[in-house]
Write a protein that binds this ligand. Structure first.
Ligand code: MN
Length: 292
């Protein structure tokens, strides 16, 4: 047993805003925590809390837009999102699935609710994370990793109290499915009521837990409920998690990238000059083509 990784704060969802007409998101960071680097290598967490859409024929989502210098990770809890990008990749992200897109030097993509879901309507709940790329890899070739639920590493907790689905990194001896550029742990954790376990993470890794469903108690004293985010101090290694009811949580923990960053719009670079270059390249059509 190591020392306890202390809870720094339990945050309520910040006010929402719409991304396109399909994603009603609470931006936990950078906006919610007022810092571009506190959760590095994670730069952005947009959380679409659970909501219900009636059946419709409307096209919902966000049209063609560029990215450079980062990875976008989309996690579907309810609903279905269809994705297409200028590198020729496409897919449908359904309940329990994850899509890990490396924008690298240039990508255009669009993200819409999948037609079959729009027609039927139903619950919708999603997370999108942006993960920074270190300077040495910002201009890497675009990459697309489809990580359906079945491809994640699975660690079954004692007495079948729950499952740690390892999206990236590793939990105990179970490895995640995603290839990453820096040390990142991303776990989709499903817990039965009354489950208790401890996980060990690196002391200096920036760490947070989003409660997607249910409620949990952390380190025997801090309760966190549906839609709240628990942010941890960068001391200690061990987090004790108890589920107060049947719960779904998302754990993110990663090695900070100790480089200056210059975020602007859909780009995440190290300097202002690189941002200006990104806009110049985009305006010159060097990001490729994607039909809207
Ligand atoms: Mn995007």
């Amino acid at each position: 047993m190591g020392t306890i990784k202390q809870v720094e704060s339990i945050l309520n969802p910040p006010p929402f805003h719409w991304v396109g007409n399909g994603f009603k998101v609470h931006n936990y960071f950078p906006r919610g925590i007022h810092s571009d680097t506190r959760m590095s290598p994670f730069f952005l967490l947009d959380y679409n809390a659970k909501m219900h859409y009636p059946p419709s024929s409307e096209k919902r989502g966000v049209g063609v837009h560029p990215h450079r210098g980062l990875e976008t990770v989309t996690i579907a809890y309810h609903g279905k999102v269809a994705h297409h990008d200028s590198a020729g990749h496409g897919g449908i992200i359904s309940e329990g699935d994850v899509q890990w897109m490396t924008a690298g030097k240039a990508i255009l993509h669009k993200e819409y609710h999948h037609q079959s879901y729009v027609e039927k309507g139903g619950d919708f709940q999603m997370v999108q994370l942006w993960i920074n790329l270190p300077a040495a890899h910002k201009m890497t070739e675009p990459r697309y990793q489809e990580i359906p639920h079945s491809k994640m590493g699975k660690y079954v907790l004692n007495n079948n109290e729950g499952v740690v689905n390892v999206i990236a990194g590793s939990f105990k001896d179970i490895k995640g499915a995603a290839k990453t550029f820096t040390d990142v742990n991303l776990f989709d954790i499903r817990l039965e009521k009354g489950s208790v376990f401890t996980m060990s993470l690196k002391q200096d890794h920036n760490t947070a837990i989003l409660v997607v469903e249910g409620s949990i108690c952390l380190n025997e004293k801090h309760k966190a409920h549906t839609d709240q985010l628990a942010l941890f101090e960068n001391n200690g290694t061990d987090i004790k998690i108890e589920s107060l009811e049947k719960s779904v949580i998302l754990l993110m923990s990663g090695e900070p990238i100790e480089e200056p960053i210059y975020p602007y719009g859909p780009f995440l670079m190290n300097t202002k000059e690189e941002i200006l270059q990104a806009y110049e390249d985009f305006n010159n059509g060097n990001f490729g083509y994607l039909e809207d």
